[in-house]
Structures are given as C-alpha cells and as structure tokens.
Design a protein. Structure first.
Length: 282
C-alpha cells in the first residue's frame, strides 16, 4: 500500500511539473509575439488616436458648415429669383391695368359709345338682373322669381347673340394687344357685367351682378368708395373655375345731367374691369 501511495504521489508531481513547463513555454511565446510597449510608445499611440479623433470631428464640422453655406446660397438665390418674379408680375399688372384707365377716359367723354348700338339691350339686362336678384332674395321658387329668371335669361342671350356688334370690341382688342398679359376686358354698367372681350368661354359671366355676389360685393364697393382701381384675388371665376386677379376701375361720369344707379355716388356709371388668369400671368 505504501508503495502504491508513493507511486501515486510521484505521478501527481510529474503532472504538476508538466503543467508548469507548459505555462513557462506559453509565457515565453507571448513575450516573443507581443513586443514590449514602453511608456513613450504608449503616449504616442494615445496622442495619435486623439489627433485622429480631432481631425475626424473637424472634417465633419467643415463638411456640415459647407453644406449649410450652400443651402443658404440656394435659399438666397431662390429668394432673389422670387423677388425678381414678384417685381416683374407687379410691374406687368400695373402696366396692364392702364387699359382700364384708357376705357374710363373714353367713357367719360361719351358713356354710351362702347355699348352702341345695343345700349337698350344693356339697360334691359341690368334691369332684368336686378329684378331677378330682388325676387330670388324673397323666394327663389316663387312664380314671380321664376318669371324674372326667364326675363333675365332672355336679356342675357340677347347680349351674347349681339356681342360682336358692340363698339367696345374693337377698342378692347387693341388694348389687349397693347397691354400684354390681359385675359379679358369687361364693362359692368351699374355693376352688371354687360360686355366682355374676348367673349368665347366667358358667356356665363354676362349678366353677373357684382353686388349680389357676396364674393365680389365687398371689392366692388371698396373700389367705388376709394374712387380708384382695386385689385381683388386670386378669386375663382364663375365662367370656367380658373383662378384670376381682377382689377376694377370705377367709372364716374362728370357730364351735367348724368345720374347713376347709386344715390350715394350719383356720378358712378359702372366698372371697367381687367381680368388676368393666374396661368396667363405666369
């Protein structure tokens, strides 16, 4: 038994010696593969890493700053372009609205000249429009309102069928050619759209009473009260649904004996109107 125990202890010691030998060998191998790192090399490594981090952060900052500069330049360019466009559009509108001044001046000389030879038709249309508006305000389905509507439609068709005969057309055509960007020119005697040039596509606007249209009434009254051109819009047109800017120039007749339709403004005759659709303006 003693011999067996000694033999057993001897084997254990041999195993321990073997393990220690392996550990020593591994330590030697590690020392060969991994060079010693002196404090100087370690410090240089840390400094190099810090320098790389600083350079990376600075590069990112510069790139971001440059992108912001480019963005601001683009915004500035767009604002400059938009400013020039708005200035051009304003200049165009101011020039085009001179057409209504020309119509106003001519009408003041002879307020019936543009509606010849259909002055009587226009008077019938104005009366029919106002009569229908008054009856419809009380009861749109009443026999009186329906009768007034029939008379209004008939008066409107008379104007449309005879539109080519109005003296207004030749003058308006010349003004549209001269002042660019105008979609159409109109005369609205007593606030009722009476003639339009060009008419095709705008027939639905004939007989339109500006004072019975809540979307137009305020602008029309403001123009009369101010005694000058008032721009309205963009507003949706009743004739085709397009968006447009409208300039209304109130016409005041200073001829002795003239009495207009509004007692508070007895010299007011109606409006010379310039209409510019947004698509034509752009």
């Amino acid at each position: 038994q003693l011999a067996g125990a000694m033999g057993s202890n001897g084997g254990g010691n041999m195993a321990m010696k073997h393990v220690n030998s392996i550990e020593v060998d591994m330590s030697r191998i590690a020392k060969r593969l991994i060079p010693r790192c002196s404090p100087r090399i370690f410090a240089l490594t840390i400094l190099s890493f810090c320098a790389w981090v600083v350079a990376t952060v600075y590069s990112v900052y510069k790139i971001t700053a440059l992108e912001e500069v480019h963005r601001q330049l683009r915004v500035s360019d767009m604002q400059s372009i938009s400013g020039r466009m708005l200035s051009d559009l304003k200049s165009q509108l101011e020039t085009s609205v001179s057409s209504t001044e020309a119509l106003s001046a001519l009408l003041q000389l002879d307020h019936s000249m543009f509606l010849e030879p259909n002055n009587a038709m226009v008077d019938v249309l104005v009366a029919a429009t106002e009569n229908y508006a008054n009856e419809a305000a009380v009861n749109a389905s009443s026999p009186a309102a329906l009768q007034a509507l029939t008379a209004y439609d008939a008066a409107k068709q008379d104007i449309i069928w005879n539109s080519s005969k109005f003296a207004f057309n030749s003058v308006a055509e010349s003004l549209v050619r001269t002042y660019k960007g105008i979609t159409n020119l109109q005369l609205a005697k007593s606030g009722v759209v009476s003639v339009i040039h060009p008419l095709p596509g705008n027939e639905k606007a004939i007989g339109h009473d500006l004072f019975f249209d809540m979307n137009r009434r305020e602008g029309a009254l403001a123009s009369i009260q101010a005694g000058k051109v008032i721009f309205v819009g963009p507003i949706t047109l009743i004739q085709n649904g397009s968006r447009a800017i409208i300039a209304r120039n109130p016409i005041f007749i200073k001829t002795h004996g003239f009495i207009g339709p509004r007692p508070e403004h007895p010299s007011w005759w109606g409006f010379a109107t310039m209409l510019v659709e947004i698509d034509d303006l752009l």
